[in-house]
Design a protein around this ligand. Sequence first.
Ligand code: FES
Length: 108
Amino acid sequence: MIKIAVTEEIPEREARSFETPNGDTIFITQRDGVFFAYQNICPHLKVELEFLENQFLDGDQEFIQCSTHGALFVVETGECISGPCLGQSLQKVDINVHSDGGIYLNQA
Ligand code: FES
């Protein structure tokens, strides 16, 4: 397992991007004390989601939002519920939060 972040870096209803050792860009967000991670790729045109650094959420910080065409994604599942990729999903990244406050990537 690879430590990618610590929980203090990602406040509730905010998101941060990180580069994995294999060069992928992912982002992690916290909702109700639980951390969710996704590949930073919109299922619509396969572009990165954010326009401004670490701006992955909509104005109400309720949904993940793609800055290109405004698609909205459910934080907990990554499913697109509005926009051109309706019904498609962000690619979830498997993470674990350990008692040391570290967020670890679960990868082979
Ligand atoms: S590229 Fe994300 S909604 Fe179109």
